[in-house]
Design a protein around this ligand. Structure first.
Ligand code: AMP
Ligand code: ZN
Length: 113
């Protein structure tokens, strides 16, 4: 439920987060348990449970536009970075508010674990 959703609470400023960028529809903040030297989460301001329930695909374009801005500001655009959206159990989703991981600052492996 959006009232109790962790990321909705970050959007509302009820839980602290280190904001790095924002636009009209999304915010970007540092992941609390970073998995790379740069690990930023880009989330829509409105509650969307996962990619499965997204009814407004243009929102993902706004999320990737903000991720592009973050990558440049973090200096990882040149060396490269990875964008990830985990969905449900097999995807490894643990927070059920749509989010885009922006990971960079080290060599990524493929295939992912
Ligand atoms: P996922 O596993 O794809 O659902 O990603 C959820 C991410 O949220 C994980 O990488 C967590 O480290 C991160 N996370 C959980 N709580 C917080 C928080 N309060 N502030 C920032 N990041 C968080
Ligand atoms: Zn939410």
């Amino acid at each position: 439920m959006a009232d109790e959703c962790l990321f909705c609470r970050i959007v509302r400023g009820e839980i602290p987060a280190t904001l790095v960028a924002e636009n009209a529809s999304c915010i970007a903040f540092r992941d609390l348990g970073p998995k790379a030297p740069t690990h930023v989460l880009v989330i829509p301001r409105k509650h969307v449970e996962s990619l499965n329930t997204l009814d407004d695909p243009a929102l993902v374009a706004e999320m990737t536009a903000l991720a592009q801005q973050v990558a440049k500001a973090e200096g990882i655009d040149g060396p490269g970075y990875r964008l990830v959206i985990n969905t449900n159990a097999h995807g490894g989703q643990t927070v059920f508010h749509l989010h885009l991981h922006v990971l960079g600052g080290r060599q990524m492996k493929w295939p992912p674990g």
